[in-house]
Design a protein around this ligand. Structure first.
Ligand SMILES: C[S@@+](CC[C@H](N)C(=O)[O-])C[C@H]1O[C@@H](n2cnc3c(N)ncnc32)[C@H](O)[C@@H]1O
Length: 143
């Protein structure tokens, strides 16, 4: 489990002031102890923090008793759909999908969420994806 500081989550958390709006319903996948969920909460209409681990959800509920937390496997998009909310913004910070080996899984996950839940914005914290995307350039034929 990570230390509760901003190591690795600085940009993820900085995005909140830019991308979260007061009318938004927000889903965070991989909320751990709910620290980012609690930063999102005052800036939106509703946020649900989710994590696969009961060892994270229990302390998250203890630390933030006024917030909504659920156990959820981020790969189970049907379970996210069953939360029955229209999420405008989805935050994803799942350990285990951070490396290059997981890029295809990550892209499939993003495609699934954008197709099934139809959010307007997905913020995903994955260093390998950022590195890869930063080095890509779409090719446009001149004809
Ligand atoms: C780096 S921590 C998240 C930190 C948190 N977002 C924050 O800003 O404080 C990664 C979390 O992903 C969770 N996780 C790993 N695999 C998951 C999955 N398949 N679905 C949901 N959560 C998952 C872990 O239990 C862990 O709590």
């Amino acid at each position: 489990m990570a230390n509760e500081d901003t190591r690795g989550v600085k940009e993820y958390r900085e995005s909140i002031s830019l991308w979260v709006h007061e009318d938004d319903v927000v889903l965070e996948i991989g909320c751990e102890w709910g620290t980012t969920t609690a930063l999102i909460a005052p800036r939106c209409k509703k946020v649900i923090g989710t994590d696969i681990s009961p060892k994270c959800i229990a302390p998250a509920k203890e630390r933030h008793p006024n917030l909504h937390f659920e156990m959820l496997d981020g790969f189970d998009v049907k379970a996210a759909l069953d939360l029955s909310e229209h999420f405008r913004t989805i935050y994803i910070d799942m350990s285990g999908i951070s490396g290059y080996q997981s890029l295809l899984d990550t892209i499939a996950l993003l495609k699934m969420y954008s197709t099934v839940l139809r959010p307007e914005v997905i913020i995903v914290k994955i260093g390998a994806l950022k590195h890869f995307a930063a080095h890509c350039m779409p090719w446009h034929s001149r004809s």
